[in-house]
Design a protein around this ligand. Structure first.
Ligand code: ADP
Length: 380
């Protein structure tokens, strides 16, 4: 099946007119992101929160129009706003959205989103896509659980959620009281992903009043219960959305995933700087696809010039958490919904992830200040 192109989706969105302004959602700059995967299309609409409820019909119209495109199996549009819902911001001059000058806002530690019962929220981030961030996040979470730590995993990659595939989740989360959703338990961890709920009908959690931010809902409106660690798989990159997440969520720390190539390391540095700007401690760098371990002969080949991330971490003064080889088993297990830490727990690769998890936990438990102590944004 041919993949649906982003530009084809955008074209369709050019035909959806906002009755209040007479302009299309595309022309209004509302289309925040488009992700397509195997006939499933997800769209985020950046909207002004004050117009939220009034825009519900427009959101539905976008979904319907995209759903009607040939080859589209499902379409989901989610309204997001980067402006904090509460307390209402003073809005000095600028409008919401793309005005986030890094470090320019003084969201105090007190304004950060916390999840009651969750001791440490950590982000797994990468400077760019495709470096294995989600694979690392999943196996790190499972590695923490394997070390006896109660763990949750939130797939915050609303543009391309990967947890349904990586954890083989087909069921939908249940609602508890019409307000909160129960996380889906898999392999001993609690998980939530927008991908669990967006495929068909608009789920209740996204319906109705304005969604101030998709992630905020997944943190607040999911019954995470008591957890030692909640691992957040961030959207790839270091744009506004990521910066907003980094600054709004009470993160105890961040793990940066990088491949050894220089270019990726440049991106990794951007990730590092992003967290530093918002004073989130960087727990360390993981080098993924570090070397190639031939599945036939066991020979090790350093195709990307292995070791770059370790050197870089030393230079930047952040811990190096470990190196993960490029290996078919890692790909096939995570792509089939049975990550290697649980499907081959005795393997050397599983051990690598468990060691990384151990190093992360050591830092978190040594720093029991917890998220409440999240410092203020450092203005550069
Ligand atoms: P990202 O989240 O950075 O976009 P993913 O975790 O989705 O990246 O990984 C991209 C692809 O690379 C997936 O197919 C995944 O299975 C594969 N992959 C990730 N890490 C490894 C590894 N160490 N060895 C082999 N394949 C890997």
């Amino acid at each position: 099946m041919a993949e649906i192109s982003e530009s084809a989706v955008r074209k369709v969105l050019e035909t959806i007119i906002d009755p209040a302004t007479g302009r299309s959602v595309a022309a209004l700059g509302m289309v925040g992101g488009i992700a397509t995967r195997g006939g499933h299309v997800a769209i985020t609409l950046d909207v002004d929160p004050s117009r939220g409820p009034a825009l519900e019909p427009l959101r539905q119209a976008c979904e319907q129009a995209v759903r009607a495109m040939p080859g589209v199996l499902s379409a989901t549009a989610v309204m997001t706003s980067e402006r904090p819902a509460q307390p209402p911001p003073p809005a000095p001059g600028g409008r919401h959205g793309h005005s986030h000058a890094p470090g320019g806002k003084t969201t105090g530690g007190g304004g950060r989103i916390e999840v009651p019962g969750v001791k440490h929220i950590i982000a797994v981030a990468s400077g760019k896509g495709g470096v294995g961030k989600s694979t690392t996040a999943v196996n790190l979470a499972l590695g923490l659980a394997a070390n006896g730590i109660s763990t949750g995993l939130l797939d915050a990659d609303i543009y391309g959620p990967s947890m349904p595939r990586m954890l083989d989740v087909k069921e939908k989360p249940e609602s508890i009281d019409g307000k909160q959703l129960k996380p889906i338990e898999r392999y001993g961890i609690k998980t939530m992903s927008i991908g669990y709920i967006v495929a068909e009908d608009t789920p209740m959690i996204w319906r109705g009043p304005m969604v101030s931010s998709a992630l905020e809902q997944m943190l607040r409106d999911v019954q995470w219960g008591d957890l030692d660690v909640l691992v957040v798989d961030m959207p790839p990159g270091t744009g506004d959305a990521q910066l907003t997440l980094a600054q709004r969520v009470a993160l105890a720390g961040a793990v940066i995933v990088s491949t050894p190539q220089d270019i990726a390391l440049v991106d990794a540095r951007k990730g590092l700087n992003m967290f530093r700007k918002v004073a989130v401690p960087v727990l360390g760098i993981v080098e993924n696809m570090s070397y190639f371990l031939c599945p036939k002969c066991g020979e090790r080949a350093e195709i990307f010039g292995h070791g770059g991330a370790h050197e870089e971490a030393d230079k930047l003064g952040v811990p190096f958490l470990g190196e993960i080889p490029l290996h078919l088993d890692i790909r096939t297990t995570s792509d089939s919904g049975h990550p290697i830490v649980v499907s081959k727990p005795e393997s050397a690769h599983a051990q690598v992830y468990k060691n990384i998890a151990g190093r992360v936990w050591k830092q978190l438990s040594a720093n029991q200040r917890g998220p409440r102590a999240a410092p203020r944004i450092v203005v550069q």
